[in-house]
Design a protein around this ligand. Structure first.
Ligand code: ATP
Length: 468
């Protein structure tokens, strides 16, 4: 009876969803089981891993509940939970659905409760580090936020259905923003799902040295055999291919062979494909032929969440006010945040003092004084004026043509993002403008940024330039 209801629900979803989405996310699920609780009937569905669970919960749970209610004639709660680890194998997961351990059951609000940290199973013992993935870099340990939303969504999609959409996936962004983390997360998730998948993570320099080695030994067939058989190739920091013609040629070959057999390729770089220098255009246009997404520096709330989560991982508690204090002062990237956190934890352990703002201020003394010297509004005005080829004086002038007003708005936006100045202070520095003018600019550019790729890329370049 319950599998019948699930079956009918799936049939309806199959008519509503694009075929590929249905095939990727819904069809592989084991049949749901109905139980009756005091609060009403519940449909429990086991999902093989955490990233699928998150995805299904975000994208489809509400629709599934609505369909269940309609088909059942009364509300029915959907409870998504993780299948036990043994079920993570190529065989159908349905066999193991009854063996759910205590503690993995869903909560009362219809959303699944995840165990504290569920990392995908590491690579099988037969190929311990051959894939060169770092098993601790997973979707579970990656804090989501606006800054990585698009990249994370695309990565989740690739992990769930490699070789299909977004191939190649090109992720770019400044240092220490989580590009390596994200691509490792895809590899780890795919292996958790399909332990036999052939995955390889490589820094671009490792690929270069592989090419050089094989060049010296004249063993290009081996090189080809090694790369062309993969299901997922992850290449970090492709900007390192600059000027390496032979490497580019071999990479081009591998690229074509992998795409032809629908293997997936993910690359990262410090800039978008067209911004890469000394890399053959034949290659950069290929890089851009799937999906190109940026990872931005994390916003304040995300920095706070990262600090709290990383402190927890280290077995420490970071009070929220301290996390805010650190996040406000350490803004460049996640690696710097991690460095700041390490200093605070070490300082606290060493001095046997509890973590509070005074202790954080003391522990980060050197870092804070450097930060304070960092980016000034004047610097932003000059950089933006240079970039858009207008005069710095136009930043303070009352001129209104779009060719001037827009760069001015961009500079105001960056002043708000990158300095600690208030809206009235920024208005003052832009020729005595009202704070509402600044607010308007900040909202306008911020809003457009998420929709307009070209603007986003320009802002990205400006931010990188300003941060030196
Ligand atoms: N959203 C996030 N949540 C949790 N940790 C993160 C996040 N983003 C980055 N990190 C952590 O920050 C550190 C730096 O990230 P990562 O090495 O992936 O950066 P990157 O963008 O590849 O930088 P680079 O170009 O310098 O290699 C890593 O320890 C990573 O786990």
């Amino acid at each position: 009876m319950s599998s019948d209801l699930w079956q009918r629900c799936c049939e309806r979803l199959a008519t509503e969803l694009p075929e590929q989405q249905f095939a990727t996310w819904i069809r592989p699920l084991p049949a749901g089981l109905v139980t009756h609780t005091e609060a009403g009937p519940v449909m429990s569905v086991r999902v093989p891993n955490r990233f699928k669970l998150d995805w299904i919960r975000n994208q489809y749970a509400a629709r599934i509940e609505a369909l269940l209610a309609e088909l059942n004639g009364q509300p029915m709660r959907l409870e998504l939970s993780l299948a036990p680890r043994e079920a993570l194998s190529p065989r159908p997961v349905a066999a193991a659905v009854h063996a759910l351990p205590q503690g993995l059951n869903g909560s009362h609000n219809g959303h699944a409760v995840a165990p504290p940290v569920v990392s995908p199973a590491p690579a099988p013992a037969s190929q311990p580090s051959r894939n060169r993935l770092n098993p601790s870099l997973t979707f579970d340990t990656l804090v989501p936020g606006r800054a990585n939303q698009m990249a994370r969504t695309a990565a989740l999609h690739v992990a769930g259905a490699p070789g299909q959409m977004y191939n190649p996936l090109f992720i770019y962004g400044g240092v220490g923003l989580g590009k390596t983390h994200l691509m490792n997360a895809v590899g780890n998730a795919l292996l958790a799902d399909r332990p036999d998948a052939k995955v390889l993570y490589l820094h671009a320099e490792q690929f270069i040295s592989d090419v050089v080695k094989n060049y010296q030994r004249k063993t290009f067939d081996e090189l080809k055999a090694k790369y062309h058989q993969l299901d997922l190739l992850l290449i970090d920091d492709v900007q390192f291919f600059a000027g390496k013609d032979r490497t580019q040629e071999e990479f081009f070959n591998a690229f074509e062979a992998l795409l032809a057999k629908k293997a997936h390729i993910i690359m990262t770089s410090d800039t978008y494909p067209k911004g890469l220098v000394d890399i053959d255009e034949r290659l950069t246009s290929r890089f851009d032929s799937g999906l190109t997404v940026a990872i931005e520096p994390p916003e304040l709330e995300m920095r706070v969440a990262i600090l709290i989560k990383k402190a927890e991982t280290e077995g420490a508690q970071m009070p929220e006010d301290v996390a805010f204090f650190v996040a406000k002062n350490v803004r460049a990237n996640v690696r710097e945040l991690e460095g700041a956190l390490r200093k605070i934890l070490a300082y606290s352990r060493f001095s046997h003092k509890e973590i509070n703002i005074a202790l954080a201020r003391e522990a980060l003394k050197d870092l804070l004084s450097i930060q304070n010297r960092q980016i000034s509004v004047e610097n932003i005005q000059k950089t933006v004026a240079d970039f858009y080829k207008i005069k710095v004086a136009d930043m303070y002038s009352k001129k209104r043509p779009a060719s001037i007003a827009r760069p001015r708005q961009i500079a105001m936006y960056l002043a708000k993002e990158l300095t600690q100045k208030s809206l009235p202070e920024i208005g003052e520095l832009f020729g005595g403008r009202d704070h509402t003018t600044v607010l308007h600019a900040v909202r306008k550019i911020g809003g457009e940024r998420s929709k307009n790729t070209e603007l986003n890329q320009q802002l990205h370049v400006l931010e990188q330039t300003l941060k030196g």
